[in-house]
Design a protein around this ligand. Structure first.
Ligand SMILES: NC(=O)c1ccc[n+]([C@@H]2O[C@H](COP(=O)([O-])OP(=O)(O)OC[C@H]3O[C@@H](n4cnc5c(N)ncnc54)[C@H](OP(=O)(O)O)[C@@H]3O)[C@@H](O)[C@H]2O)c1
Length: 210
């Protein structure tokens, strides 16, 4: 698949590694083009960098890997988006990282979908920490790590499901985009376990089936 990643921080870098290792063609972009170029050259021939207004043309999926507060700005910087599939991965943390800034009656994913014209937003990967994404889905248990995904457009969800499978994780359909209201608190709990409870970054929630 041709995939564009906006943002070159922890998650942008982890996606770059995992996606290129899985054979995808990756275009990196962000407000710091030099950082995107540097990351692309470290990832090898399957990766390239492009300025934001050229980065999404021809992309089958765009991964929004910026903080929630910048998601809409970062996506708008890509220019006109004609039904583009956006993977919205954020946990909308407060500035001091102590909790979620929004929730219950809306979610980061729904707000981004409202704020950016011409996109089909699918929430996914917000419960996957950068370390797990970079290292892979196998955490040493019998069951693969699940990626929960939620959205309102069936075709967009199918594309994201394929993406999740292609990088070795188990896709778990979490229903409509409004269910991001449940996924984002789950992401926050995951952050609590990893950092406040000091379990560390090699953890992920999974839904067990009997
Ligand atoms: N880290 C995790 O383990 C994890 C796990 C699940 C979900 N998430 C979510 O993933 C997202 C990214 O997290 P992260 O840890 O990768 O953050 P990060 O390391 O701080 O990286 C954020 C990236 O976004 C870029 N950026 C910020 N504003 C931008 C804009 N307007 N246009 C283009 N690029 C912009 C930053 O560029 P500059 O260098 O110029 O600031 C930076 O490259 C967040 O929404 C977070 O909640 C993170």
């Amino acid at each position: 698949m041709k995939i564009t990643i906006v943002g070159t921080g922890n998650m942008g870098t982890a996606f770059g590694k995992r996606l290129t290792a899985s054979g995808h063609d990756v275009t990196l972009t962000g407000r710091n083009l030099e950082a995107a170029r540097k990351l692309a050259s470290s990832l090898g021939p399957k990766a390239k960098a492009a300025p934001p207004d050229q980065a999404a043309s021809g992309a089958e999926i765009v991964i929004a890997a910026t903080p929630y507060s910048e998601q809409a700005n970062a996506l708008r910087s890509l220019g006109a988006l004609n039904g583009q599939v956006i993977v919205e991965i954020s946990n909308p943390l407060t500035p001091d990282f102590s909790g979620l800034a929004i929730g219950h009656s809306t979610s980061a994913a729904e707000e981004v979908a409202k704020a950016v014209r011409g996109v089909r937003v699918v929430k996914a990967f917000n419960t996957i920490l950068a370390q797990v994404l970079a290292e892979g889905a196998e955490l040493g248990r019998a069951q693969r790590t699940q990626v929960f995904y939620a959205g309102d457009d069936a075709t967009a969800k199918r594309a994201v499901r394929s993406l999740i499978e292609s990088v070795g994780f188990e896709p778990m359909d979490a229903g409509p985009l409004a269910n991001a209201r449940y996924l984002e608190p789950m992401g926050m709990l995951n952050i609590y376990f990893a950092y406040s409870a000091k379990i560390g970054g090699r953890i992920a929630p999974v839904w067990l089936r009997g």
